[in-house]
Design a protein around this ligand. Structure first.
Ligand code: ADP
Ligand code: MG
Length: 237
């Protein structure tokens, strides 16, 4: 197999942080459950993408991560599968609220993330609810009441539901900010900060972004603790 250094060089991966583990260059190296390995096999995937290869071992060590990689690089499973592993370790009761919370800028993106979570998590008995604006609250509130391991939400709608006191985030211990740059461009920073106040500070926080401008650096500095940074390719600043 390739050494960590040559795999990183070949795939334009740069890492910053303390004791960064070597990438998982194959699915077998991940140690994921047979259920999850079956799902990636069924999807026809032959190897982890570079962002998955490098961010999985970091996420599995429960470290905070900033991952900067362009659209289409496989970031969703980059955070979802370690989230599944985290869920199995945490053994929380989903009736009491989600353990994994993913914030996403738009209804379309949130729905795609939920579809991916259902597709890859179903055989591991992982449940997922999606909350977004521009749709009635009733069915979403009923989904929350049924309980789910993962909530994928746009910041505006989640904040509305929090203000109604119809969801509790006290069990969240794995928080993902997906497309962080886009969420900030769309003006969601105040809502994100209000939501994060409801999440316990003892948590793992993962931030995925396509670009790394100073607004994103600022919120990363405020919300993440000693993160490992992973860049794929040229970073657009
Ligand atoms: P991003 O969030 O970085 O824009 P996505 O997570 O949406 O990218 O992934 C883009 C596409 O690549 C999706 O269709 C996804 O199912 C697929 N994909 C994810 N991981 C792999 C893999 N290891 N091998 C092949 N395709 C993959
Ligand atoms: Mg994405």
């Amino acid at each position: 197999g390739l050494s960590a250094e040559s795999y990183r060089r070949r795939n334009e991966i740069t890492v910053t942080g303390d004791n960064v583990p070597p990438p998982f260059t194959t699915f077998e190296a991940t140690g994921f459950s047979s259920e999850i390995l079956r799902e990636v096999h069924n999807a026809g995937f032959s190897a982890p993408t570079p962002i998955q290869a490098q961010s999985w071992p970091i996420a599995l060590q429960s470290k905070d991560i900033v991952a900067i990689a362009k659209t289409g690089s496989g970031k969703t499973l980059g955070y979802l599968i370690p989230g599944f592993v985290h869920l199995k370790r945490s053994r929380n009761n989903p009736q009491l609220g989600p353990t994994v919370l993913v914030l996403s800028p738009t209804r379309e993106l949130a729905s795609q993330i939920q579809e991916e979570a259902v597709k890859f998590g179903k055989s591991s008995r992982i449940s997922c609810t999606c909350l977004y604006g521009g749709a009635p609250k009733g069915p979403q509130l009923r989904d929350i009441d049924r309980g789910s391991d993962i909530v994928v939400a746009t910041p505006g709608r989640l904040n509305d539901i929090l203000e109604m006191r119809r969801i509790s985030l006290h069990q969240v211990s794995y928080l993902v900010l997906d497309e962080a740059d886009r969420m900030l461009d769309m003006g969601f920073e105040p809502q994100i900060r209000k939501i994060v106040k409801e999440v316990p500070s003892r948590r793992q926080t993962l931030m995925y972004t396509a670009t790394w401008p100073k607004e994103v650096r600022k919120i990363a500095a405020d919300l993440l603790i000693n993160p490992v940074q992973v860049n794929i390719g040229n970073v657009d600043e």
